[in-house]
Design a protein around this ligand. Structure first.
Ligand SMILES: Cc1cc2nc3c(=O)[nH]c(=O)nc-3n(C[C@H](O)[C@H](O)[C@H](O)COP(=O)(O)OP(=O)(O)OC[C@H]3O[C@@H](n4cnc5c(N)ncnc54)[C@H](O)[C@@H]3O)c2cc1C
Length: 306
């Protein structure tokens, strides 16, 4: 099997997610090459071929032009899979490429099983195994789902590419997300609330335990989407990536997008009424309990020890 991996580069830097693509190809046992619009100064540390278009020449982001360059390399490489990260870059470019190739697209892959790709469905409560049937398929992988065992190392063989036309798309610039008042990335203890908290009034239970432990409180995306907690406190792929000493997940199922943001925590305690919730796979301790009963008792106990 042959895979063409579409690396990512932003604001003058190679993104670490490029190595997640490499990890995915290794998991598949696929021979791989990398396509990258980036810079010679920021090459991925891997062996193998890198097709490099200089971002300074072809534009750091222009989906039309990048697509044209990519299609040329696909015609030369004839890969079975063209693989993107499921990021804003990937989810813009991948369907354009799939449609041009009349190829199947499988999005948000989190695992590989036999000749199929596992994708979450129904709010990550189910996993579907998808087997694409076209000669070449386009895949996007979920950020955080695949990682290299050690530090990346190697020296790529670089082939420079250029060309393509900009089309009607003009790249204007990046807009930084407004920073909220809390920087969870610096917190050593985080207690997070998931949909299991049930109603906004219960946020105070989780925030109270965080205060007693001398930490911060966070939340999963549904809690933020419901506007029970501000976005700056969201943990996960579309929120913050955290690595505290202690992470307490209250009523959080453990969807891959949440795990991607907290799986580097040193010690994870999960409180969940469901003993089979996927969070148990990363939790050091799983307490099967109703958080509304347990969290106030825990807070009281912690306070009494001060
Ligand atoms: C592109 C994309 C990006 C995303 N980015 C993020 C992200 O950054 N962060 C993120 O979190 N999600 C993200 N998501 C959403 C993610 O897929 C999940 O839907 C989400 O993480 C689920 O949140 P949850 O665990 O709080 O809710 P649920 O999955 O509904 O889980 C609730 C859990 O609470 C438990 N529970 C219920 N009642 C109680 C109780 N009384 N006591 C204890 N436990 C209880 C249940 O057993 C269950 O396990 C993203 C999704 C997509 C498609």
């Amino acid at each position: 099997m042959k895979a063409l991996l579409v690396g990512e580069y932003r604001e003058g830097k190679l993104l670490g997610s490029t190595y997640e693509l490499v990890a995915f190809a290794r998991k598949l046992g696929a021979e791989s090459a990398i396509f990258l619009v980036g810079s010679e100064q920021q090459l991925p540390r891997v062996d193998g071929r890198v097709y490099l278009a200089e971002a300074g020449e072809v534009g750091e982001y222009n989906p039309e032009r990048h697509k044209q360059l990519l299609l040329e390399i696909i015609a030369r490489e004839e890969p079975d899979l063209v693989v993107f990260v499921h990021s804003s870059y990937g989810w813009d470019l991948a369907p354009r490429v799939a449609i041009s190739l009349k190829a199947a697209q499988v999005s948000e892959v989190v695992d590989v099983e036999g000749d199929g790709f596992i994708v979450p469905s129904c709010n990550a409560k189910l996993r579907r195994r998808v087997v694409p049937k076209t000669r070449t398929s386009v895949i996007t992988i979920q950020p955080g789902a695949f990682s290299l065992a050690g530090d990346p190392e190697g020296a790529p063989e670089v082939e420079r590419i250029a060309g393509g036309t900009a089309g009607e798309i003009e790249f204007v610039g990046y807009e930084a997300v407004e920073k909220g008042g809390v920087d969870l990335a610096k917190a050593e203890i985080i207690v997070s609330a998931g949909r299991g908290i049930g109603k906004p009034e219960n946020i105070e239970l989780v925030a109270g335990l965080a205060r007693s432990l001398g930490g911060e409180y966070g939340a999963s995306r549904p809690v933020v989407d419901a506007e029970w907690v501000e976005h700056a406190r969201q943990v996960g792929t579309t929120g913050q990536t955290v690595s505290p000493k202690l992470y307490v997940a209250c009523g959080i199922s453990g969807a891959i997008q949440h795990l991607a943001g907290m799986k580097k925590s040193e010690f994870v305690v999960a409180i969940n009424t469901d003993k089979d919730a996927p969070i148990s796979e990363v939790a050091d301790v799983l307490v099967v309990a109703d958080l509304k009963q347990l969290v106030p008792v825990l807070t009281e106990k912690v306070d009494s020890l001060k």
